[in-house]
Design a binder for this molecule. Structure first.
Ligand code: HAM
Length: 422
């Protein structure tokens, strides 16, 4: 038996309504903030991700789905969207055509992580990127958009954390201080953190290991080392959020797992899901476009994990979907009338009525049972003496009232049903 790949999921009728609800909210909020949609290919040249996310990050060093195609090019299924969006912005000179590009996306992503609740190998993100402005308004806007979407879904147990990573020069100074602090404690660090000590020391701050956390508690703080401009920028972002009464916490240890960030970083997590509690992650990346060979253009954005958000919604009992009732079920009393039922159904469907018929040659009784199961509002019966007279029988399933109607003018039947006048 061929099965789906570990860490991937089939999504069907019991879950599709939840996805649609979320996607509709995302689209409607994004459009109110005047973001336009961007869709990019699922794979890109591998170097796009190593150059942007960073070779020493977990994503690039061990989680990417990378393969060589028949022409020998190294390709990677996108593990995140920011790099792809920046590639598209540069390639199509969007940053030269418009001073500011505000873009949003809903797309599958791929990371070879150890599957567990809230952590998949193919997962889906929605997100936004605003490219072209250094304004702190946009840093705040990203948090506000993401928070609004989560709130519109009805989520309650949300925590917003923000931090600033400053600019590379102040970060380098900080890294030196951190190294000085951690060097005498190196032996006590977890093996994972010892590895990070060499190539990505900031990420030690992110460690979930208990002993690491005790050590980190006494570590110097990056926010204390920020350069003047980064500090002013951070203060402005906080002020905008304060004015709008967006609740947030400052987390000086929020370093994020991608290398392209400068200044603001943020995460929104939920206490309603397990260990994988981060629903949203984002931040500013003023150097990324330049790093990818484009004209220097600042940017800021976020991405949110759809599966994790739906899990949080489920755990907060936010969904109560009953299947949509159908408008009409066309029942045939005689098997040879099946093509006529099919033709009628086609006309009703084209006029906008959700219509079902029997495709399994079932008895009249079984067709009626099916109509009940599907919560049909009306049933139309074709056959018998009525049919010979040029009529069909229409039954209102909630009142059980029946009516004989002439079928030569199908519009009459449709208007009866649409106006619910019977
Ligand atoms: P990220 O923090 O790597 O950021 O991912 C954002 C969100 O995607 C996470 O908070 C989580 O909800 C979801 N996610 C990540 N990995 C998985 C997984 N294996 N399974 C399920 N959900 C997952 C980014 O991707 C950046 N591109 C965000 C960004 C946009 N920064 C600036 N612009």
């Amino acid at each position: 038996m061929i099965k789906a790949i570990k860490g991937t999921k089939d999504i069907f009728y019991d879950e599709i309504p939840k996805w649609k609800l979320l996607e509709n909210i995302v689209r409607s909020v994004m459009e109110k903030f005047h973001y336009s949609e961007i869709r990019t290919p699922v794979f890109e040249e591998t170097s796009l991700f190593s150059r942007s996310i960073g070779t020493d990050t977990d994503i690039v060093s061990k989680e990417m789905y990378t393969f060589t195609d028949r022409s020998g090019i190294s390709l990677t299924l996108k593990p995140e969207m920011t790099a792809s969006v920046m590639r598209a912005v540069i390639e199509h000179s969007l940053n030269k055509k418009f001073n500011l590009n505000k873009l949003y996306y809903i797309s599958p992503m791929f990371r070879q992580e150890r599957p567990q609740a809230g952590r998949l190998r193919q997962f889906h993100q929605f997100g936004a990127e605003a490219v072209g402005s250094r304004s702190p308004l946009l840093d705040a806007e990203m948090i506000i958009i993401a928070y609004n979407i989560l709130k519109k879904l009805g989520l309650k147990n949300l925590i917003i954390k923000i931090n600033s990573l400053g600019v590379p020069s102040s970060r380098e100074t900080y890294k030196k201080e951190l190294r000085k602090y951690l060097t005498p404690k190196y032996e006590q660090l977890s093996p994972e953190s010892q590895k990070r000590f060499e190539n990505n020391i900031l990420r030690i701050l992110d460690s979930k290991n208990e002993i690491d956390q005790q050590i980190i508690a006494g570590a110097p703080i990056l926010l204390d080392q920020l350069d003047e401009n980064s500090l002013i920028h951070f203060e402005k972002v906080k002020k905008i959020l304060d004015d709008l009464k967006i609740p947030y916490k400052i987390d000086p240890k929020l370093v994020r797992g991608l290398d392209y960030y400068t200044n603001t970083t943020f995460e929104i997590s939920s206490s309603s899901v397990g260990a994988q509690s981060a629903l949203v992650g984002g931040g500013r990346y003023d150097l990324l476009v330049e790093q990818l060979g484009g004209k220097s253009t600042p940017g800021v954005g976020f991405a949110a994990g759809i599966e994790r958000i739906l899990l949080a919604c489920q755990n907060e009992n936010l969904f109560d979907f009953s299947p949509n009732p159908i408008d009409l079920y066309v029942i045939v009393l005689e098997k040879q009338l099946s093509p006529t039922a099919f033709k009628f159904a086609a006309q009703f469907r084209l006029k906008g009525l959700i219509t079902e018929i029997d495709y399994l040659d079932r008895s009249v009784k079984a067709q009626m049972r099916d109509a009940n199961r599907l919560n049909a509002k009306y049933v139309l019966m074709i056959g018998g003496e009525e049919f010979k007279r040029g009529n069909v029988v229409l039954k209102n399933m909630s009142t059980s009232e029946q009516k004989e109607v002439n079928f030569s003018r199908i519009e009459n039947i449709i208007s009866l049903l649409q106006n619910k006048s019977f």
